[in-house]
Design a protein around this ligand. Structure first.
Ligand SMILES: Nc1nc2c(ncn2[C@@H]2O[C@H](COP(=O)(O)OP(=O)(O)OP(=O)(O)O)[C@@H](O)[C@H]2O)c(=O)[nH]1
Ligand SMILES: [Mg+2]
Length: 608
């Protein structure tokens, strides 16, 4: 289905024409009927014999209700411009056309109304005059039908033409996420909240759970109606009424949006903005504005710069491709309009829709991982569709998936990163063969990238087994730290082993200060390596060789296996050491889960 919208100056006959075409008087409010004037949006159902159907959105012509016109204008695809044959083009005719050039109108038809009030010999001139007046507008090439809603003149021709125009509109993208700006909210006894609006894109079905934004509330669609008829499914371009019993009427106003759950409302957008010629002088570096997006009217600021941005006082649900119109705050002069290009977050630039959009978004984001929701948003494609596409890309090796939170990178960009990492690591291992590898801090600095990002990307390489991570160091998988002869001699000297006192440790602090004072190249990192690999073990203030610890472990196991349990004194005697060393050492075995304490005794943990 598609949407036809009226536009035109006050009293030119818009609502009468809608009624003549559909049988429905769009002025449904009593006050409208009394005053003979449209105050708010009206709706009607246009049907043709061949099954073609459309929703008509009828707007008020009076300048004072322009905000209502704007709330209904975004959904219009076929514009039915109404001009009174006697009065010709008037200020709101032009203003409506200026607004609509920024929105989604694809076809324009002009109805020259009240032709019954024009003498036959003047009708041709009236028509030519209007054609000339529309020269600089989106209606310049439009067909003009001279009609009368009173006598019915030419209504059949106009109707047939509308039918053709509707049939010639391009089909909707079935993969687009749900986006439905709400224009009316009310409650029905026993049913709860009802919202109506134009489903701009996507597919909605009764039973679906959707999000209402900016409230960010998930609600279930209990039932769905299209022009009073219950339907199971609605697709883009349809006027729909939704029964949403899960949400309070008070929580909703015109301007709220029913949308796919992957969409979030935001208040800052990068935009493409085009000013109307007369508005140029009213624009500054920062211009306070009234923004009309979907059915919402929100105050904000238009900020000119390298890129133009729109900063809103309240969050609004919009995404790249959504059109908007801006007016001055006061007086409410029309300033111009444009299109959302991106939300303000680096790494997600504007993209046209289509299958390559995701690949292009990833490539442009470089090393910045892109989350599913952000990609779906930027490409304006439903999240599950994007997910399927990304899965296929990962499978084909054109994208790389990161976990927690799930995010994606372009595979080529990532491969470049990976080879830089491996090169850096190889160079580092060659410079310092005794080191365990490179820390995250150093690696981030050499790569010139933020630490959290590098950490995340390295996780992928580690998980794939392309690099190794041990004790906080990154290394190539082949790397085995190897001390120089000089370094090894240093530690033999300062952490001596005496077979006469096989469990006597060195003092950690003493060794550490010797390391500090030593002129031997890389001795500090060599010490780190020995500790990281367990070749040296720090227990309290003592420094043991790993072999001493292993031996002590064997003694303990053997002793307890034989005696079931062991006291501290027994342990001390077993190792022939002093209480000063025995206590921390046995506690160390406790913390390693080798022994477990029970009163004065130690047992083996596995015998517990
Ligand atoms: N004679 C004649 N009168 C018409 C015709 N169309 C509308 N009118 C009259 O013009 C007046 C205004 O018509 P509406 O249809 O309410 O005009 P509108 O454009 O909807 O007005 P707003 O919604 O207030 O902007 C009414 O009194 C209609 O009866 C027509 O084709 N011929
Ligand atoms: Mg009207």
């Amino acid at each position: 289905m598609h949407i036809v919208g009226t536009a035109g100056h006050v009293d030119h006959g818009k609502s009468s024409l809608v009624e003549a075409l559909t049988g429905t008087n769009p002025d449904c409010w009593l006050e409208e009927q009394e005053r003979g004037m449209t105050l708010d949006l009206g709706f009607a159902h246009l049907r043709f014999d061949d099954g073609t159907e459309a929703g008509i959105v009828d707007v008020p012509g009076h300048e004072r209700f322009l905000h209502n016109m704007l709330a209904g204008a975004a959904g219009m695809e076929v514009l039915l411009l109404v001009v009174d044959a006697n009065e010709g083009v008037m200020p709101q005719t032009i203003e409506h056309l200026q607004i609509l050039r920024y929105l989604n109108v694809q076809r324009v038809v002009v109805a020259l109304t009240k032709i019954d009030l024009v003498a036959p010999h003047e009708q041709g001139a009236a028509c030519r005059r209007v054609h000339a007046q529309l020269a600089d507008t989106i209606a310049r090439d439009a067909y003009i039908f001279a009609v009368s809603s009173v006598t019915g003149t030419n209504l059949d021709l106009l109707k047939r033409f509308l039918q053709q125009q509707l049939a010639s509109l391009p089909p909707r993208d079935p993969d687009a996420p749900v986006y439905l700006p709400i224009d009316r909210v009310f409650t029905l006894p026993g049913r709860g909240t009802i919202v109506t609006g134009t489903l701009m894109q996507g597919r909605l079905a009764a039973g679906d759970t959707i999000a209402v934004q900016p409230a960010a509330q998930n609600v279930r669609v209990r039932s769905l109606q299209i022009f009073g008829e219950a339907r199971e499914v609605a697709t883009g371009g349809t006027r729909v009424a939704l029964n949403l019993p899960g949400i309070e009427r008070e929580a909703l106003t015109r301007g709220a949006v029913v949308a796919d759950r992957s969409f979030a409302a935001r208040s800052e957008f990068t935009v493409r903005f085009e000013a109307l010629p007369h508005a140029q002088a009213l624009l500054h570096r920062r211009t306070p504005v009234r923004a009309y997006i979907g059915s919402a009217e929100v105050l904000g600021t238009l900020v000119a710069g390298a890129t133009t941005s729109l900063k809103l006082r309240e969050p609004v649900l919009a995404f790249p491709g959504v059109r908007f119109v801006l007016r001055r705050v006061s007086p409410k002069t029309l300033l111009g309009g444009g299109e959302i290009v991106a939300f303000e977050q680096p790494g997600v630039p504007a993209q046209d829709r289509g299958n390559d959009a995701i690949a292009a978004l990833l490539a442009q984001a470089g090393l910045e991982p892109q989350e599913l929701g952000a990609l779906a948003f930027a490409a304006n494609v439903r999240e599950d569709v994007v997910k399927a596409q990304l899965d296929a890309m990962v499978e084909h090796g054109t994208a790389v998936a990161l976990a927690r939170p799930a995010a994606y990178l372009d595979a080529e960009v990532f491969a470049l990163f990976a080879s830089r990492v491996v090169n850096e690591l190889e160079a580092a291992h060659e410079r310092e063969p005794w080191a365990m590898g490179v820390t995250l801090l150093i690696l981030s600095r050499t790569l010139g990238l933020a630490e959290p990002l590098v950490s995340r990307l390295l996780t992928v390489l580690v998980d794939d087994g392309r690099i190794a991570q041990r004790h906080g160091y990154y290394a190539t998988t082949a790397h085995q730290p190897k001390l120089s002869a000089e370094q090894r001699a240093f530690f033999e000297r300062h952490v001596p082993f005496d077979s006469a006192a096989p469990f006597l440790p060195a003092s950690f602090d003493e060794v550490a200060s010797q390391v500090k004072a030593s002129p031997i190249a890389g001795i500090g990192k060599a010490f780190d390596t020995l500790l990281a690999r367990g070749i040296m073990v720090k227990v309290g203030d003592a420094l043991y060789r790993g072999t001493q610890i292993e031996r002590a472990h064997e003694y303990v196991e053997e002793f307890i296996t034989r005696n079931e349990r062991m006291t501290m004194a027994e342990f001390r005697d077993l190792l022939g050491t002093s209480r000063k060393f025995a206590v921390p050492l046995l506690e160390w075995f406790d913390t390693r889960g080798i022994t477990v304490r029970s009163g004065d005794y130690r047992m083996l943990r596995r015998h517990k």
